[in-house]
Design a protein around this ligand. Sequence first.
Ligand code: PFF
Length: 505
Amino acid sequence: MAERQQWGSRIGFLLAAIGSAVGLGNIWRFSYMAYENGGGAFLIPYIIAFVLAGVPLMILEYALGHREKASPPLAFARIKPLWESLGWWMPVVTFFGINLFYTVIVGWCMNYFVFSFDLSWGNQTEQFFQDEFLQISKGPFDIGNIVLPILAGTAFTWLLCWIICFRKISSGIEKASMIFMPILFLLTLVLVAWSVQLEGAWEAIKKHYLSFDFSKIDVGTASGRKVWVDAFGQIFFSLGLGFGVIATYSSYLPRKTNIISGALTICSVNCLYSFIAGFAVFGTIGYMSSVNGIPFEEAIKGGTGLAFVVYPEAINQLPAFNKLFGAVFFLILIVAGLSSAISLTETLTCSISDKFKVNRGRITTLFCVVGFLGSLIFTTQGGIMILDIVDHFIGNYALIIGGIAECLLVGWFLTSIKMRRHIDEVGTQKLLPIWDIAIRYITPSILFIILGVGLFNEIKAPYEGYEMKALIIIGVGALLLTYTLAFILSRFSWKNYSRSVNDQQ
Ligand code: PFF
């Protein structure tokens, strides 16, 4: 039997895993959350979430892929055959529920990268984004036409994904990550250094980012409790837990490997990156609010509004080198987004080739074409609303369920003792006993609470004021469709289910 392919080096694996975790959310989601939730005080629930859920689950997912030398479906099937469909849900959700729109957003960034050469977004950046660029229709059911520049950006993103994922892991994803990550870190440092010295930047950073408003995180209040739930949700999404990506990547590692230091490195670099990028965001918006004389509260936005409306407006007003600043900013988003998109692609193609033993190149080509065709819906005039709803439901529910499933599978069915033995055996570092308690009790309980609070809020007030009908058809529909596909995939029989000789533990 063919030996499983391997990373060429540990640093190559780590950079690829960090590239997967560091994505668009680190730049536009973290800083806005920190701003909304008490500035520096947000770091308290964030760090607690990091310790209680982030690190234990990262170790778990990393060790699962490594012990089984398998993608999530195969790992699940070996430990608890009845749960195979849950193992399939991860790559299916990763690919169909996230990657299809994630690649479209990278496509938007490519367009904006080109726009920054002559600041073609003009002075009315919100109007430009919504009416001229996205050409937004009236509602999610009015999909309208495909928007050609978005189609072109999306096609180019899928092409790059294909070129990188088509090759062997060591010459494709690993090589790309060795190039992408240093570029990403360097450009981010340049942007941060540039942003913090703008007029009014430090004042805004000190007042809104590094200040501590502890009343916002008070668990005695409903809004305080929401901050804690948000912090756990952000850690989960940001580290890419419950997606099966880390398990897939770690399945390509050699037998001897230090799982604990690897997991800690990925978690720390990812969160540190978010924190550092926050200086650029607060600095730039602080500058804009100070030159316009408008309050910071009115200037800041989260998510796509931050990147495609507020940033272009701030770029227009910079004292010098506006175009270069814009190009650097959008290039950062492209690199961060692309390195995540390739990991989302690899997770599904690896799962398929584990089950059906098909040629890796061919399956990558097939899924990049299928992925591109699936992305088309998000390139339409109604695309952004469909994207918003799918993102909300998949991000809030599918991943959390994936995380809970992993905790139960490893903590209870395989038993955490066996997993701990594996981690101790293959590395030189020993795991603290608290890990078992975390993955058996603490982490799944917290995830259940987050799930419950999310569902409660869903019923209390429809997300973002969308019609309930749209939320059910698109959001719940996406969850059901992805699970049905996962279930169907789990019904096929395995071409080879047992460990190969050279994978034996
Ligand atoms: N962590 C990424 C972000 O914050 O944008 C999202 C993501 C990408 C999650 C890739 C998981 C993943 F595999």
